[in-house]
Ligand binder design. Structure first.
Ligand SMILES: [Zn+2]
Length: 358
């Protein structure tokens, strides 16, 4: 492994080696490694010295790269592929293409087209909440005004399916108004208006049973099961479990009372997650949720998030640095999953976590 690093880590490795050569006093030198504790102390001191004296050592490499690997042409091309499989009613394949088109989009106008096309698939899949979110995202990302009547018509149908009849009536009205502005050909305008009016009529007849509108952008509650009572010493366990030790079995859990069939006794979040390469842009980079309407990373074309909360949590810990390092690692031949898992783990925690956690 070290041979691989030595051979191909490129500029980053060379920078670190130069720092080592010019700071011999901060390295181990002739110190005798007396015991594990002494070695750890030396390692901690070395990391601390490196961080204090050379925290900006890689800035010219990281700052000089074109870090935004997003590309509108690539987005357009992948979206076209999505259109082809959508026409064949291969909805999952179409979602995968539109996800990639969305993650590659550099400009809002291109991003909006990706959202709008994905919303069409989601409507066919009867995923009306996700469809509604994508339509709203497309409109907020400057979807072309001369086409927006189609999107508003889909939004009206979505609201109707979600039983928000009052909001659907308003939206169908907006769709008709925009169509009158956008479509000059009467033979095309009339069928559009007739279709929207059908929706209007249906919603008007059901208006009294309209369901109150909710914010479909709110993060959905975690679907992790709840413990009935938390173990005071080990919060991931329920109180129904006690951790104990015996010579024969080592450390193990035992029931403190009768545990019912199906009762949840352990719920624990993982320290960090990492999607394998085949699943990238199919699941949330942060929590691995396989949501159908993922949103793009602002930095990388290879990462998507299930919601703004995951995006912000990732941005506030590892994602900023990881996205900036990724292209360098890949260009250095170090883009393998095992390296990136280690990188995610290291970047997910602060330096103090590694220095102080004994
Ligand atoms: Zn997530």
């Amino acid at each position: 492994m070290s041979k691989t690093l030595g051979n191909s880590a490129g500029q980053l490795d060379q920078k670190f080696r130069n720092w080592c050569l010019s700071n011999p006093s901060k390295l181990y030198g002739d110190v005798v490694f007396e015991n594990v504790a002494k070695v750890r102390e030396l390692q901690v001191n070395c990391i601390r010295d490196f961080n204090e004296t050379a925290s900006d050592i890689f800035d010219d490499i990281l700052g000089g790269e074109d870090l935004n690997v997003k590309n509108n042409d690539a987005s357009d091309m992948i979206r076209d592929q999505g259109n082809k499989v959508y026409q064949k009613k291969q909805f999952k394949a179409a979602i995968d293409c539109y996800n990639k088109a969305i993650s590659h989009a550099k400009d809002d106008s291109v991003l909006a087209l990706g959202y709008a096309n994905r919303s069409a698939v989601l409507f066919q899949m009867e995923e009306f909440k996700a469809c509604y979110r994508d339509i709203e995202r497309a409109i907020m990302s400057s979807y072309p005004q001369n086409l927006v009547h189609k999107l508003l018509d889909r939004k009206g149908k979505c609201l109707m399916k979600l039983s928000h009849f009052s909001e659907a009536i308003i939206t169908f009205g907006e769709a008709i108004a925009m169509a009158k502005k956008n479509i000059s050909d009467e033979t095309k305008l009339r069928p559009f208006i007739n279709e929207a009016q059908k929706g209007l009529k249906l919603c008007s007849s059901k208006k009294s049973s309209s369901v109150q509108m909710v914010n479909y952008f709110d993060s959905e509650e975690s679907n992790l099961p709840m413990l009935t009572g938390m173990n005071p010493k080990m919060p991931a366990f329920s109180k129904a479990v006690k951790i104990t030790y015996s010579k024969e079995n080592g450390r193990h859990g035992v029931a403190t009372r009768k545990i019912g069939c199906g009762e949840v006794i352990l719920v624990e979040n993982s320290g960090f997650n990492f999607a394998n390469f085949n699943s990238r842009v199919e699941v949330c980079t942060h929590c691995l949720s396989p949501k159908l309407d993922l949103i793009p990373s602002p930095l990388s074309a290879n990462d998507m998030f299930c919601c703004t909360t995951c995006k912000e949590n990732a941005m506030n810990s590892y994602h900023d640095k990881e996205a900036r390092l990724l292209s360098i690692l890949e260009n250095s031949g170090l883009g393998q999953e095992e390296w990136l898992i280690s990188l995610r783990l290291v970047l997910s925690k602060s330096l103090s976590f590694f220095l102080e956690d004994s």
